[in-house]
Design a binder for this molecule. Structure first.
Ligand code: CTP
Ligand code: MG
Length: 216
């Protein structure tokens, strides 16, 4: 496939606090994992999908996705999981990385990210303005600084990349990052932002899951 989507779903979901890992939690009738994969497919912009799940749930995961989806085992950090997924990508011009936890992401947003990469951007991320003031604090909780909110953005997925650029970023990575674009920034490539969507929020806490249920 020309466009391959990686779906990191190998986290524990500690902040959500369920017994099962977050991607396997149900939102209505379908799991977050199933919904995220369905959204990627509905975008019409993705040729192949690779999901990355906890090693002990490889078999269980196959019950959440159709047979044409590749399922691989993830690692300790999100960066390790995406790296494992990248190894299963094979030939691709564009690689998307999309959190299973962003289960309500509109397919139109996914298609917009792919279109921007196809138009020549090396790296594309959906972002929204930050609504709260953000403080930097030290380990004691004392405020160290207040960055100007106007220049801050909250970052979503899917993040889209020229496949060569993402591979180079992961080859060069010595540390982990909470997002893939962070690794691309470190190799000096420009990361382009587009306007994200409130529905692409990450289900992280019980409050987020309640919100998602209300939005169904
Ligand atoms: N993820 C992953 N592998 C990891 C850690 C996270 O594939 N080792 C995935 C999660 O499954 C999720 C996405 O990355 O789809 C975003 O991570 P996050 O929201 O932090 O999910 P969890 O790590 O599962 O949650 P928590 O941090 O609360 O434990
Ligand atoms: Mg996490």
């Amino acid at each position: 496939g020309d466009v391959v989507a990686l779906v990191p779903a190998a986290g524990k979901g500690l902040r959500l606090g369920y017994d099962e890992p977050k991607a396997f939690v149900c939102l209505g009738t379908d799991s977050l994992l199933t919904r995220s994969v369905d959204g990627l497919r509905a975008s019409g912009a993705v040729d192949r999908i690779v999901v990355i799940v906890p090693a002990e749930l490889l078999d269980a995961a196959r019950g959440h996705v159709s047979d044409d989806v590749t399922v691989v085992a993830g690692g300790l950090e999100r960066t390790d999981s995406v790296r494992a997924g990248l190894a299963a990508v094979g030939d691709a011009a564009v690689v998307l990385v999309h959190d299973a936890a962003r289960a309500l992401t509109p397919p139109t947003l996914i298609a917009r990210v792919v279109a921007e990469v196809r138009a020549g951007r090396s790296a594309v991320i959906p972002v929204l303005p930050v609504v709260d003031t953000i403080k930097e604090v030290d380990i004691m909780g004392a405020v160290v600084g207040t960055p100007d909110r106007a220049s801050l953005r909250s970052v979503q997925t899917p993040q889209g990349f020229d496949a060569h650029v993402l591979r180079r970023a992961y080859d060069a990575a010595t540390d982990s990052s909470t997002d893939d674009a962070g690794l691309v920034e470190r190799i000096g490539e420009t990361v382009h932002t587009i306007v994200g969507d409130a529905l692409a929020f990450k289900i992280t806490t019980p409050h987020d899951l309640l919100l998602a249920q209300a939005l169904l």
